[in-house]
Design a protein around this ligand. Structure first.
Ligand code: XIL
Length: 560
């Protein structure tokens, strides 16, 4: 029964009984993500890594209200590959870990853009730029394959008049760079939805017409493009794009998904009650337009609190663009988004899908395993599956979120035993029970040699007498000839050991069996020959074997 109807019945009964107290169902004040999930939509926010690290209220709000996140800056080229071939994934990994811990979908932003792309990329000649783009997309998209729902493959490729932006990409590679980027991204992660993203394309105009034509033509040529992102950086003084829904619908009719990817609604400061009320109607209209089109998968807001927003830095004199004010108080815009998502009594789906059948592993290669399992059923529909993997006896982590009952797990070590189980989920994020757990082994034989890490790690473990605590000390030496900057050090536990945060001299996190350290400001660079000493306390039960394999930025270190 729809809740509105139920409320009417209850109200009627109470009326007959002579007591007419109609309370809002408690559910009405549920967080945005609860309502969005019931509508089968994503409600997302951009997140900034320093705020995630430093501010509990920021973390708590992002986790409570949103079922999707986009890295505001951490996955851009200048963050992930600041100098050629030197990848730094500290921030991107942090966003991934936050999303996984909070059961959030990740939208990857962005691969090919004229902005926030380092000078070294922009100064390459055509041949080198092609090669560097291939390496970049392979490495970044490959690293998160199966764990990122969608990537903004190209961002802001149009001028306002609808011609292609005269960027270094176009100048160096010609218009073919767009199709090439999509093909590279598909090869690196066949499961991610691949998006083209832009601003000032919310209404129908020269720019969005050009985007429409390009998406149609690329798809006709077999270029793997699955989605269109409408950034939606709106301003109340410019008016609302009243044909937004129509525009979303025409893209959807091309057979692609549509997402509002970067919503904010700015105003001339100071704000006042009238402007905030107008802003709220803009937020409401955007969410309503997305809800009205089946292929609009969701709305991501570009941050959530006015305490941290790109607007005042970019548009001087403007601001107050987000649904929470600087003190994390909800503004009318929050209520507008909430009420748009809460349909006041749509059917609430609380029935989880049936338990998936036992997975069957096949096609094991040196580095991949394919799983298939008998599908689940659901009263509304199975939206997808979460594939959980553990290394040996280690902890399980989600390694893939396929839409159907098959998944190829890649990037595995040769001759290694993995365990898997799967869980089904529906659009309301009800999850099934776990399938049976199976064991699968990659083909033996030497794995392809990992890139040299140019590093040595001396890992010393001292167990505390009479308790299950221990102290781990790692001396990390740069054995190469170039400085190592923005390093990410990783190793795996094999016996269920747990890191006790925070550790010292690095930012330490643990994800399943994998422990990751990223630098503090003072040890961000390790010069050739230099050694840094980092460590943490932890707990173990039973054996506490010292990890023997360590990597820095993906390359293996020698271990002593
Ligand atoms: C912005 C970030 O919010 C800022 O922190 C950064 O300094 C500049 O970029 N369109 C995009 C986003 O695609 O990546 C931009 O994000 C905002 C405009």
């Amino acid at each position: 029964m729809r809740r509105k109807a139920l409320a009417v019945v209850i109200c009627g009964l109470l009326g007959v009984l002579g007591t007419a107290v109609v309370a809002e169902p408690a559910h009405a004040s549920a967080p945005l993500r609860t309502h969005a999930a019931e509508r089968g939509k994503l409600i997302g926010t951009a997140v900034a890594t320093s705020q995630l690290s430093n501010e509990a209220q920021y973390r708590d709000t992002a986790a409570r209200e949103f079922n999707a996140v986009t890295a505001e800056n951490a996955m851009k080229w200048d963050a992930t590959e600041p100098s050629r071939g030197q990848f730094s994934f500290g921030g991107a990994d942090q966003v991934m870990a936050f999303a996984q811990a909070n059961n959030q979908v990740v939208h990857g932003h962005t691969l090919v853009w004229h902005s926030q792309t380092p000078g070294w990329v922009q100064s390459l000649d055509a041949t080198q730029l092609r090669a560097a783009t291939q390496t970049h997309i392979n490495t970044v998209v490959g690293r998160y394959a199966g764990r990122i729902a969608a990537w903004d493959v190209v961002n802001e490729v149009f001028e306002e008049n609808g011609t292609l932006r005269n960027s270094f990409w176009l100048q160096r590679l010609g218009s073919g760079y767009i199709a090439e980027a999509f093909r590279l991204a598909r090869a690196a992660d066949p499961t991610a939805k691949l998006y083209i993203n832009d601003y000032n394309v919310e209404g129908q105009n020269a720019k969005s017409n050009a985007m429409y034509t390009l998406v149609r033509d690329l798809r006709a040529q077999g270029v793997p493009i699955d989605g269109v992102g409408l950034q939606s950086h709106l301003a109340i003084q410019f008016g609302f794009p009243s044909d937004l829904q129509q525009n979303i619908q025409r893209f959807a009719n091309l057979g692609v998904d549509v997402k509002i990817t970067e919503l904010d609604v700015r105003m001339q400061l100071p704000s006042d009650a009238t402007k905030l009320a107008t802003q709220a109607t803009y937020y409401r209209n955007v969410v309503d337009a997305c809800l009205a089109v089946a292929r609009c998968v969701g709305v991501t807001i570009w941050g959530f609190t006015d305490r941290y927003s790109w607007v005042p830095d970019t548009f001087p004199g403007q601001g107050a663009a987000l649904p929470y004010n600087e003190n994390y108080n909800q503004k009318p815009a929050y209520t507008a988004v909430h009420d748009a998502l809460d349909d006041g009594g749509g059917p609430v789906d609380t029935t989880p899908p049936s338990t998936p059948g036992t997975p069957v592993a096949s096609n094991a290669t040196l580095s991949s395993i394919t799983l298939n399992w008998p599908p689940s059923t659901d009263n509304v529909g199975v939206a997808g599956y979460d594939v959980h993997r553990a290394l040996g006896s280690g902890a399980f982590a989600v390694v893939g979120t396929p839409a159907s009952n098959t998944f190829t797990d890649t990037g595995l070590a040769a001759g290694t035993i993995y365990r898997y189980f799967v869980r089904a989920r529906d659009a309301a994020l009800n999850r099934s029970a776990d399938s049976a757990t199976i064991t699968a082994t990659t083909q033996p034989g030497g794995p392809p040699p990992p890139p040299p890490g140019n590093c040595r790690v001396v890992h010393t473990v001292s167990n505390w007498g009479g308790s299950n605590g221990f102290t781990a000390s790692l001396a990390v030496t740069n054995t190469g000839t170039a400085p190592i900057t923005n390093w990410t050090l990783a190793f795996a536990y094999t016996a269920g050991q747990r890191l006790t945060p925070p550790g010292w001299s690095a930012t330490w996190t643990q994800n399943g069996s994998i422990v990751i350290a990223t630098p503090l400001d003072w040890n961000r660079t390790i010069n050739p020959g230099a050694t840094i000493n980092i460590g943490f306390n932890g707990t173990h039960t039973g054996a506490n074997p010292t990890p023997t394999t360590h990597s820095i930025n993906g390359g293996n270190c020698t271990t002593m």
